[in-house]
Design a binder for this molecule. Structure first.
Ligand SMILES: [Fe+2]
Length: 198
């Protein structure tokens, strides 16, 4: 089992500018669902009849397909929630690396926002182990578009559930609110873990 408990990635106790506590509290219920389903699916995989495996339809095949959705849903929300509640000021090693790898912070931000505005699932700033550099990757679903051998440092949820309650269909104002409250200290923490593990 990847997880046998519900993590508490949410430390918020008040509304943020443009992202309400109610919205985040509801959002966290979806996260808890991903954790529960991860555990349920992985238990069922252990017990499933492997001999009936078939790519058109099989019970084990469906379990394996939905396992990637649940596991990524769990992991990406664990990367997302701690990003809420910061001062929005980019700083530290990640700020330096962004400038080096993208030319400037503004160039990175323009690309990252475009990634988010055109994604149906997630915009991810990732550390890619292939070139040891930063990349903005877009995902259309929790299990569609993930790039292997890359570690998410900053995950922006672009599913409707992340912004509909506070922003209706206006993705742009949600993205602006996300950046205003972005906790860059947490991004630096993850980067530090990545760099120190090399
Ligand atoms: Fe979400």
């Amino acid at each position: 089992m990847l997880k046998d408990f519900i993590a508490d990635p949410l430390k918020l106790n008040k509304d943020l500018e443009g992202i309400s506590l109610k919205s985040v509290t509801e959002h966290q219920k979806l996260y808890e669902g991903y954790v529960k389903k991860t555990n349920e699916i992985q238990k069922k995989i252990q017990e499933a009849d492997k001999s009936e495996a078939n790519a058109v339809y099989s019970y084990i095949g469906e379990l394996k397909r939905e396992e990637t959705f649940a596991v990524n849903g769990m992991k990406l929300h664990e990367a997302y929630f701690p990003l809420l509640g910061g001062d929005g000021i980019p700083k530290g090693k990640i700020f330096e690396m962004i400038q080096k790898d993208f030319g400037s912070y503004d160039m990175w931000k323009e690309d990252f926002i475009a990634t988010g505005m055109s994604a149906r699932g997630w915009a991810i700033l990732a550390y890619d182990w292939k070139d040891h550099g930063l990349h903005n990757y877009g995902m259309d679903s929790q299990n569609v578009g993930a790039v292997w051998n890359a570690t998410p440092l900053l995950a922006m949820d672009m599913y409707e559930h992340a912004f509909f309650m506070d922003h209706g269909t206006n993705k742009k104002t949600y993205v602006e609110s996300f950046f205003k409250t972005l906790n860059w200290e947490f991004v630096n923490e993850i980067l530090e873990r990545v760099i120190s593990s090399q």
